[in-house]
Design a protein around this ligand. Structure first.
Ligand code: ZN
Length: 376
């Protein structure tokens, strides 16, 4: 599949004029600008997704969950390569109906204009990276100017993998990390090699890379950046001429923020969960109680919060995601209740408040001899 960065296109330069304004108004305006500037400076740049539905197309039912799974992998890939990564916006996905059909939507100008009109504040003021996914489109994906245009063939393949066998999802995502590299300003590595050669730097023989796929290496995690490409992403002063895709071609257009303004975050802690598996001859449910610190009359006090599964019959399991903002040093209690059993509570135990990953507990036995414990 061919992957090309986009040719740049001209956009009319915006002009601002201010005339015949009383002095008071000028002062007020300046003050507002200053306050906006301060607010902007404190705001962290994030990556967000625009899910574009062209005319005649339909959004996929589990698009948001699939996109979250995809972006978590790309985020982890960049972290594995760079030791830092980008942050994801919450909520991550904005879905928009495009006035264009699929043929119109994949035009680069239309792609960028849709971002500028739909996400004006996010893209132009907050300076976020916008990763657009164009439902139902065919053709080349692209990336430039802190935006990605991801086309339907890449999206369909990733969505299918997510739905049918999520373990294979990382092997479908080379193009996603690649286009994001363009969005952060990177060239194809063979072009970068030419650029560096002009600066008397030899990039050497090129293996199969994020920005230059030669052999299929399977999982996206197997594709590296060259050391020089890492430096292009992390050091704004390092050969800026060899990462040209941050500026629109229009004369005087302001370059987008350097990648290092986005790539400065640790990997967020993965979600954690507790699974309940009912293997008993009775209906049962699991209740998990944890504590969060809340302000009560000026003092922080622990408040109990409960989560529970539905009552489920034999052979079923349910998983509860456990939040991470719980009170330190206060264990999380796990109770399995066997409905109609003589014992009632078939398991009462605790798990450490800081546990990671997935824990599993099960119930078994009969209503007269109900049992509970960890899954094997
Ligand atoms: Zn490319």
């Amino acid at each position: 599949m061919k992957l090309e960065q986009n040719a740049t296109h001209n956009f009319p330069k915006e002009s601002h004029s201010m005339s015949n304004v009383v002095v008071k108004l000028i002062v007020l305006t300046l003050a507002l600008f200053l306050m906006q500037g301060l607010a902007q400076a404190q705001q962290s740049k994030v990556l967000q997704v625009l899910y574009v539905i062209p005319k005649g197309q339909t959004a996929k039912p589990d698009a948001n969950q699939a996109i979250a799974a995809i972006m978590a992998i790309i985020q982890r890939h960049y972290h594995q390569q760079l030791g830092v990564t980008f942050a994801l916006k919450n909520p991550l996905v904005t879905t928009v109906n495009s006035p264009q059909d699929t043929a119109g939507a994949i035009d680069w100008n239309n792609h960028v204009n849709l971002i500028k009109t739909t996400l004006a504040h996010d893209y132009l003021v907050n300076q976020n990276v916008v990763f657009a996914i164009l439902e139902g489109t065919v053709g080349d994906a692209g990336g430039s100017w802190n935006t990605v245009k991801m086309t339907g063939n890449f999206w369909n393949e990733a969505y299918q993998a997510y739905k049918t066998n999520p373990a294979t999802l990382p092997s479908k995502l080379h193009g996603w990390s690649h286009e994001l590299g363009h969005a952060f300003g990177l060239l194809h590595t063979s072009d970068a090699k030419t650029c560096f050669a002009n600066q008397k730097v030899d990039l050497g023989n090129l293996p199969s890379l994020i920005m230059q796929k030669s052999n299929d290496l399977g999982s996206v995690y197997n594709y590296p950046f060259l050391p020089q490409e890492k430096k292009l992403l992390l050091d704004p002063t390092y050969y800026p001429m060899c990462r040209p895709f941050l500026s629109e071609s229009a004369a005087g257009s302001k370059p987008r923020p350097h990648a290092s303004e986005h790539l400065k975050h640790p990997l967020p802690a993965a979600a954690r969960s507790i699974t309940f598996s009912n293997q008993a001859g009775y209906v049962a449910k699991m209740v998990v109680v944890y504590f969060v610190m809340q302000n009560a009359g000026g003092t922080q006090v622990p408040i109990a919060k409960a989560l529970q599964t539905p009552s489920i019959p034999v052979g079923q399991s349910k998983t509860l995601e456990i939040p991470r903002d719980n009170a330190k040093g206060m264990p999380i209690s796990v109770v399995i209740e066997g409905i109609g059993t003589t014992k009632g509570k078939v398991l009462e135990t605790t798990v450490p408040e800081g546990f990671n990953g997935n824990l599993c507990f099960k119930s078994w036995g009969t209503i007269f001899n109900a049992q509970g414990g960890p899954c094997q």
